[in-house]
Ligand binder design. Structure first.
Ligand SMILES: Nc1ncnc2c1ncn2[C@@H]1O[C@H](COP(=O)(O)OP(=O)(O)OP(=O)(O)O)[C@@H](O)[C@H]1O
Ligand SMILES: Nc1nc2c(ncn2[C@@H]2O[C@H](COP(=O)(O)O)[C@@H](O)[C@H]2O)c(=O)[nH]1
Length: 204
């Protein structure tokens, strides 16, 4: 039987650079990760594509997915629903592939209950002022929404101790290398544990 893949959860406040670092990570030839596309009721931003960036749904459609237990986790964040379809995650892990979730903290805590063995990484900004600068520079949110997201950011930053690793996103390339090193080290650890069990079973 094929060994299950590793579930990797990346969280961090809005604008810290999760999407940017994830894209850098996915372009690396020496690490293979499968991105889990989330479902959201947020309206698409300019350039976002349904089925690539998100599956865009109405609130009614999203609530139906909740009722039908189609989501591994979900949360309401700054007025919109976001959630992770469970089927894709399960199927891909069973195929032995690593799955990458980019989700906020409430959702990450739900994932921890279902998959305690997952790897939880928190991406942190160098400072709150730099976070504000990044979210403003991106230019995708109104002033009001930026205020709400920065408010949520303060609560999210308080949760970073609940993660296995905190990675600072000072420079995209460095953050990407740090995450890659963490994922590779976790694979080595899992391999060592599996070998130890195998030896134990051979002896008995
Ligand atoms: N290390 C960095 N240094 C400077 N700017 C950065 C860095 N990382 C990302 N950025 C910029 O910060 C902005 C926000 O990045 P990004 O959209 O990836 O954040 P995010 O955490 O995915 O946000 P959200 O959760 O709102 O989707 C982008 O304009 C991006 O180019
Ligand atoms: N709990 C979940 N959070 C998610 C999911 N997909 C994305 N997110 C997070 O929501 C915020 C806002 O995202 P944005 O695209 O509107 O900027 C951000 O922290 C995302 O990481 C999900 O499936 N579940």
């Amino acid at each position: 039987m094929k060994e299950r893949g590793l579930l990797i959860v990346l969280s961090g406040p809005s604008g810290v650079g999760k999407g940017t670092v994830r894209k850098a990570l996915f372009s690396q030839p020496d690490i293979q990760l499968q991105y889990s596309i989330s479902v959201t009721t947020r309206k698409p931003r300019e350039g976002e594509v349904d089925g690539v960036d998100y599956f865009f749904k109405t609130r009614e459609q999203f609530e139906q997915m909740i009722r039908q237990n189609e989501l591994l986790e979900w949360a309401e964040y700054v007025g919109n629903y976001y959630g992770t379809p469970i089927d894709y995650v399960e199927k891909t892990l069973q195929e032995g592939k690593d799955v990458f979730l980019e989700i906020e903290v409430q959702g990450a805590m739900q994932v921890r209950k279902v998959f305690p063995e997952a790897l939880f990484i928190f991406l942190a900004p160098p400072s709150l002022s730099e976070l504000r600068k990044r979210i403003e520079m991106r230019g995708t949110e109104s002033e009001d929404l930026i205020r709400d997201r920065l408010q949520a950011a303060k609560e999210e930053l308080e949760m970073m101790d609940a993660y296995d690793y905190v990675v600072e996103n000072d420079q995209v390339e460095l953050a990407c290398e740090r995450i890659k090193a963490i994922v590779m080290a976790e694979h080595c650890r899992r391999e060592r544990v599996a070998q130890r069990y195998k030896k134990m079973l051979e002896v008995e």
